[in-house]
Design a protein around this ligand. Structure first.
Ligand code: GLN
Length: 465
């Protein structure tokens, strides 16, 4: 009830697209009975959680923040949602996002932008004297609603999706813990796809230990997703006495991006020094193909988007235009009315990259570059590096008015420079909040680990938390 009340009090954040109040109260009551009988289902019994609106939820509308799916109600739960429900966790609602998870701001959904809860907290107000109605800052995205839900204490955990940084970016900008697990460790069944070869369900929580608990429950093989892999070991409590003395922390030199803010750079050095003082080996390493990752991602993302979005034709799911001159005209009108310009732009360019005469030059070449980027990480980890420490975002959260300025539009792709390569390589990464900026907004750092070393990664993250 307290969480539901907070959802009402924080409606101005626009974090939720649907609030499942009746269901939540019923589930909470059932959980309470179990707890009073001393028979909880597990550590998440009765814990409120929120789900990004691109995970299918049975009998609960799932919109992807798009006019196309405004009234779409799935008949089944995504595997990760079902696993949380099976544990007795209480679904509070579906969270706001960028349309079809395309974006880095949570400013591009059909239900309006999400506001960062830190806008309304004392540090930001005192430091900037900002007017809350006009000077509010973005959450980052595309899982901004999920990050805002955890940061504003309306849920204890939230599911996001992460294709190029969409869980870690808003996690860092909203000051919560954000985990992108190894590709395949969590089932994508029921997650409406953006880029199948990169999508992973992401976990947003208040603490690293909470993220580990949720990972332990969600990971593992799913017969409904052929890309899932068996979990290497059960994730249980993280060690409290994890010793960083014998670990090697790599600092990728290519991540000194020109537009990295001084404050974030200072935080990055500060935490690297912390590791060094505690006896870890801190080494500069090189990931030479980083510079190609944004273009490589753009080509592969758009190509997969073009084929994924073909299913939205006005017949099978969602919106159907009233234009009925011909089948082609109906398709075209449905897609024009249903998708925003970001989605339409990606479909068009994706189809261009996939044209017979362009396929080799763009798509096949991008796949080769993807392999080079993944190999960079592999070489570094093989050389004895345990984790990489990097910034999560270039700066703290931008003001909405600055982020959406026309001349800034193309910058949006640059926002993901530190997170995207990780998806191209399928590796686990976690962002943890480490400081507040001078403007009173969270700064987070990212740790990246070798494939399937999610638990060790979280143990290191727990150490800096
Ligand atoms: N910002 C990237 C994009 O727009 C990544 C999005 C994501 O991770 N879902 O594609």
């Amino acid at each position: 009830r307290r969480c539901l009340n907070r959802i009402k009090k924080t409606q101005h954040l626009n974090a939720y697209i649907s609030v499942t109040e009746d269901l939540a109260l019923k589930q909470a009551q059932e959980a309470e009975t179990r707890l009073l009988q001393g028979a909880p289902k597990g550590p998440l019994d009765g814990i409120p959680f929120a789900v990004k609106d691109n995970f299918c939820t049975k009998n609960i509308r799932t919109t992807c923040a798009s006019r196309m799916l405004r009234d779409y109600t799935p008949t089944y739960n995504a595997t990760v949602v079902q696993k949380l429900l099976d544990q007795g966790a209480v679904l509070m609602g579906k969270t706001n996002m960028d349309e079809f998870a395309m974006g880095s701001g949570s400013t591009d959904g059909a239900f309006g932008p999400v506001r960062n809860p830190w806008t309304y907290a004392a540090p930001y107000r005192e430091q900037t004297g900002a007017a809350q109605d006009t000077d509010w800052v973005i959450t980052g995205g595309s899982s901004g609603g999920s990050a805002a839900a955890v940061a504003s204490l309306t849920s204890y955990l939230a599911l996001g999706s992460d294709t190029g940084g969409s869980t870690r970016n808003p996690g860092a900008l909203c000051g919560v813990v954000a985990l992108k697990p190894t590709y395949g460790l969590l089932s994508r069944h029921g997650l409406i796809p953006l880029v199948n070869s990169m999508d992973v369900p992401g976990i947003l929580t208040r603490t690293v230990n909470d993220a580990a608990t949720v990972l332990g429950i969600l990971q593992g093989l799913d017969i409904r997703d052929s890309t899932t892999i068996a979990a290497p070991s059960p994730v249980t409590e993280l060690p409290e006495d994890f010793d960083v003395k014998n670990i090697c922390v790599g600092i990728p030199k290519e991540y000194h991006a020109p537009s990295l803010s001084e404050e974030t750079l200072a935080q990055w050095s500060h935490v690297a020094d912390m590791f060094e003082r505690a006896g870890a080996r801190v080494e500069q390493v090189s990931l030479p193909h980083t510079q190609y990752s944004i273009v490589c991602y753009s080509v592969l993302c758009r190509a997969e988007v073009a084929s994924n979005m073909a299913r939205f034709d006005g017949l099978e799911y969602g919106h159907c235009s009233e234009v009925d001159r011909s089948t082609e005209a109906m398709y075209a009108a449905t897609r024009h009315e249903g998708f925003n310009d970001v989605v339409r732009g990606r479909i068009l360019s994706g189809n261009y990259f996939l044209l017979k005469q362009n396929y080799e030059h763009y798509f096949v070449k991008a796949q080769k570059v993807r392999r080079l980027i993944a190999n960079d990480f592999m070489h570094v980890f093989r050389s004895g590096v345990d984790v990489l420490l990097t910034p999560a975002t270039l700066t703290d959260a931008a003001r909405y008015s600055d982020f959406t300025r026309e001349d800034n539009r193309t910058r949006s792709a640059q926002e993901d420079v530190f997170t995207q390569p990780v998806n191209l390589a399928g590796l686990p990464a976690v962002c943890v909040p480490t400081a507040l900026s001078r403007r009173g907004l969270p700064i987070g750092l990212q740790l990246i680990g070798p494939a399937l070393q999610d638990k060790k990664l979280l143990s290191v993250a727990h150490w800096i938390e």
